[in-house]
Design a protein around this ligand. Structure first.
Ligand SMILES: [Zn+2]
Length: 463
């Protein structure tokens, strides 16, 4: 009964999507009528400027011009967005469309069918788009196999509203590693949330299988389980590489905690995965919380280091040199700290968050490139623009956060010439926010207007 209620609720929510947004085909607007967006301001990231007023000319699914004024072709539809700032659609470089709050990640695989989770993912995609996220990198279906392929194709065909997606199918992990179904009755053969690969050959085979199933990049778990341990109790846990890097001496939260996480794949294995991804014209993103895994991943040439809680000085230097961004994912850490089930768990999660903040400040000071990724899914879809606010709160300027999102984010999604800027020829992925995001970054949490590929999904002009 509970599940039937869920499905009916999901269908009702889907029915609430404006017809115009549902019936587009081929991801392009239904008519070729040019559109001129007009607003009090326009923010452009390269070169960085805010002009007033701001206008964008949209033809088909592309931007034709953007400036303080643009040509108004005969018959153009003018949408006046009033006292708002026009800016490129937001990019979330780390999402999980197939996860929802309220049930532990591993239990969603156990208790919910893939069709049920796929329906939920369509709602997540819609919520993210309506919050202004027009491009996303889905970092793993967490047990729903390659169901993200169907979702992406439905969005691209204009059947469902959602962001442009880079998809990975399931993340890849080692047997008994991060996101394996540990702690269940072995006789039940509970499925984990990842595809398993234990050596180089299996990694390559898994990547090929995922590509066959529709993936467009590779997600690998490179660390886990990640945990805070009482200070001094487990420096490197006998791991010689960790000791060699001097990480046993690295302080955790100020006085009481150390961070510890084992690596999953060696540098050579990751290099093979990166080479296979490159052969397929794509890249590898890693869940990677600490050393020595981060060094392995950066040496191997991954596209981004996600979570990036602990990075050695040498790794930070290399990331700067190789332009490999960290994706801090503060929003999820904050959510877990604020929603822990017990006071003990809350203390641990808060220690982890404090440690992350401490390390993030070092990373910003060291000039490590950043991208914006929230890890949304375990917390409600559509609320993840909070990540921008947290990155600014913990040490970046609003402009630096927006540059990280639009430039480094687009680059790790390999769409740097198509999204993230209001330039002629780029996709017409445009949002409008109240106020000036450079003065108050929380403006991106109040998106009033969303256009993707020339189609208005939210705000004036959506009906
Ligand atoms: Zn994640």
């Amino acid at each position: 009964m509970k599940k039937l209620g869920f499905l009916l609720g999901a269908l009702a929510a889907l029915a609430a999507v404006p017809i115009a947004a549902r019936v587009q085909r081929g991801g392009s607007p239904k008519s070729q009528q040019p559109i001129v967006l007009h607003a009090a301001r326009l923010f452009e990231v390269v070169p960085e400027k805010i002009v007033s007023p701001g206008e964008v000319l949209v033809e088909g699914d592309r931007i034709r011009a953007a400036d303080t004024s643009v040509p108004h072709p005969a018959g153009a539809r003018i949408i006046d967005l009033g006292d708002t700032t026009l800016m490129p659609g937001l990019i979330d470089a780390h999402v999980h469309l197939f996860l929802h709050p309220g049930t532990a990640e591993d239990l969603q695989t156990v208790e919910e069918s893939v069709p049920q989770r796929t329906i939920q993912a369509t709602l997540a995609a819609r919520a993210d788009l309506m919050a202004g996220f027009t491009s996303e990198r889905d970092m793993g279906t967490e047990g729903a196999g390659p169901a993200d392929t169907a979702l992406r194709e439905a969005i691209n065909a204009g059947l469902l509203p959602g962001p442009r997606l880079r998809i990975s199918g399931m993340a890849i992990s080692i047997l008994g590693g991060h996101e394996d179904a540990i702690g269940f009755n072995p006789a039940q053969h509970v499925l984990g949330n990842a595809d398993y690969a234990n050596d180089t050959e299996q990694l390559i085979e898994t990547i090929r299988q995922q590509r066959k199933d529709g993936s467009t990049f590779v997600k690998i778990y490179e660390t886990g389980p990640d945990r805070m341990v009482p200070h001094g109790s487990a420096p490197c846990l006998g791991d010689p590489i960790c000791a060699q890097l001097g990480l046993g001496e690295q302080p955790g939260d100020p006085e009481f905690w150390d961070f510890h996480t084992p690596y999953q794949y060696t540098e050579a294995q990751l290099k093979a995965a990166v080479a296979e991804a490159a052969r397929l014209d794509t890249n590898v993103g890693v869940h990677c919380q600490g050393e020595p895994a981060a060094r392995f991943a950066v040496e191997a040439g991954v596209a981004s280091i996600d979570h990036a809680t602990q990075l050695s000085d040498g790794t930070m230097r290399l990331m700067k040199e190789k332009r490999i961004p960290a994706v801090p994912t503060f929003a999820i850490f904050e959510y877990f700290a604020d929603h822990a089930p017990t006071p003990e768990a809350a203390a641990r999660e808060h220690a982890m968050l404090d440690y992350k903040i401490h390390e993030f400040k070092r990373q910003v000071a060291a000039g490590v490139p950043m991208a914006v990724g929230s890890d949304v899914g375990p917390f409600p879809h559509g609320t993840q623009a909070r990540e921008f606010e947290l990155m600014a709160r913990y040490g970046m300027t609003p402009l630096a956060v927006l540059e990280a999102d639009y430039l480094d984010g687009a680059r790790i999604l390999t769409w740097q010439n198509q999204v993230g800027q209001l330039k002629p020829g780029y996709y017409a992925d445009i949002i409008a926010v109240p106020g000036n995001p450079l003065a108050d970054i929380t403006a991106v949490e109040r998106v009033e207007f969303v256009m993707k590929g020339g189609v208005v999904y939210k705000g004036k002009g959506s009906d």
